[in-house]
Design a protein around this ligand. Structure first.
Ligand code: AMP
Length: 180
């Protein structure tokens, strides 16, 4: 692992069996609290979005906003907010997705993202890929192209590569299944 990735890796706080048994939780609040590591993560994610010729960034509610907004600012691109249901006053499209227990949804304003847009969608972490899959459906039904999916952390053991097949995925760090 190169030194920049090591810096980012070491800045992420992990807690076993949180919020429930069997989960290793990656808490990025310790990453954003480390100015050097946070800036390094933004630079690398922005480089990726640039390499995909992004014309817009999509940020997932809520931790995706933190990284998405900094990348959009860095590249001078618009930021489209994918919000949890009930938060947007503008007319929006909604996509639901399955969680381990129950379902959740995300919404995108109808006027955001259109034909010709190349959107790089950003979240803090990709696990099953369900959230990003719903985000892709929203952008694609608006006529936009999903140019890439980016996150600080990827957990391939949770299955996102399968679920997001066909998309270009870039995670700064990927981790193996924990032995808790
Ligand atoms: P998924 O839709 O399964 O890819 O889940 C991704 C979302 O759930 C992201 O927004 C993450 O913030 C959160 N998440 C899932 N697993 C973890 C984990 N082990 N540690 C921290 N956040 C997680």
């Amino acid at each position: 692992m190169d030194t920049t990735l090591q810096l980012i890796d070491r800045a992420i706080y992990t807690r076993p069996n949180f919020p429930k048994k069997g989960i290793l939780f990656y808490d990025i609040s310790s990453l954003t609290a480390n100015a050097k590591a946070f800036a390094a993560a933004i630079d690398l994610l922005a480089e990726y979005a640039k390499s995909r010729n992004a014309t817009a960034i999509g940020g997932i509610d809520a931790r995706g906003f933190i990284f998405g907004s900094a990348i959009a600012y860095r590249l001078g691109l618009p930021l489209y907010l994918l919000r949890k249901p009930g938060k947007l006053a503008r007319e929006s499209y909604q996509e639901n997705y399955t969680l381990e227990y129950g379902t959740d949804g995300i919404c995108l304003p109808r006027d955001d993202a259109k034909k010709g847009d190349r959107v790089v969608v950003v979240d803090d972490l990709i696990a099953t890929g369900g959230t990003l899959q719903a985000a892709c459906r929203l952008f694609e039904s608006n006529g936009a192209q999903v140019a890439g999916l980016a996150a600080v952390i990827g957990l391939p053991y949770a299955g996102y590569e399968q679920k997001l097949k066909g998309h270009d995925i870039h995670c700064l760090l990927t981790y193996e299944a924990p032995n808790l």
